[in-house]
Design a protein around this ligand. Structure first.
Ligand SMILES: [Zn+2]
Ligand SMILES: [Zn+2]
Length: 192
């Protein structure tokens, strides 16, 4: 049985962090990883102690909510606060970073950016990442991977399919069921 891929594991972590966001304009999560270990995480939210957008509404200037620290910045600041080096680290974000976060990630020595969803993808951000030698890769999250019963369901379905072999099905029928099961459980997870 296949295990959850590292990319999916870290991206799922960012997705969970995004659920903690206090600004509903866009809920973002970021996870910083070094040597396959999570060293920090963040979501977009107010400065500690300030009111939350979800309670008081956003503080909008020029079309942007200025109340929150962005997820990527919060994760980097957590490293700063506790003295954890970020040089050479990877970051997993739910959305392609804004320009400010792009500059901060580069300046912190982040070397690989994995993102689940495109979000405006500013050409200058793409250019800066390229110039800095930061590799960017889109890693869409497979929903099933954050299902806590995922392994159990997977095992159950594959056990059922073994039983199907004893039935009088045509090979094309079996192949179709097999293809459906593969698509449901392991469509985009085979990255490693
Ligand atoms: Zn807001
Ligand atoms: Zn940002």
């Amino acid at each position: 049985m296949e295990r959850i891929a590292w990319d999916q594991y870290f991206m799922a972590q960012s997705q969970l962090l995004a659920l903690r966001s206090t600004c509903t304009r866009l809920m973002v999560g970021a996870t910083i990883v070094r040597d396959k270990r999570i060293i920090a995480g963040g979501y977009n939210g107010s400065v500690s102690g300030d009111v939350h957008c979800i309670d008081e509404g956003c503080y909008v200037i020029d079309g942007h909510c200025v109340r929150t620290v962005h997820a990527e910045a919060n994760a980097l600041l957590q490293c700063a606060k506790f003295g954890v080096p970020t040089d050479g680290a990877d970051v997993y974000v739910t959305h392609f970073p804004c320009l400010q976060c792009t500059k901060q990630l580069i300046q912190s020595g982040i070397k690989n950016l994995f993102y689940a969803e495109d979000y405006k993808n500013h050409p200058y951000a793409i250019q800066l990442f390229e110039e800095a030698g930061v590799k960017t890769q889109k890693v869409p999250l497979v929903d099933a991977m954050v299902d806590t019963n995922f392994m159990e369901k997977n095992a159950f379905v594959y056990k059922l399919m073994e039983k199907l072999d004893s039935l009088d099905l045509s090979s094309s029928e079996k192949a179709k069921i097999q293809a459906d099961a593969d698509r449901l459980f392991f469509n985009e997870s085979k990255t490693h």
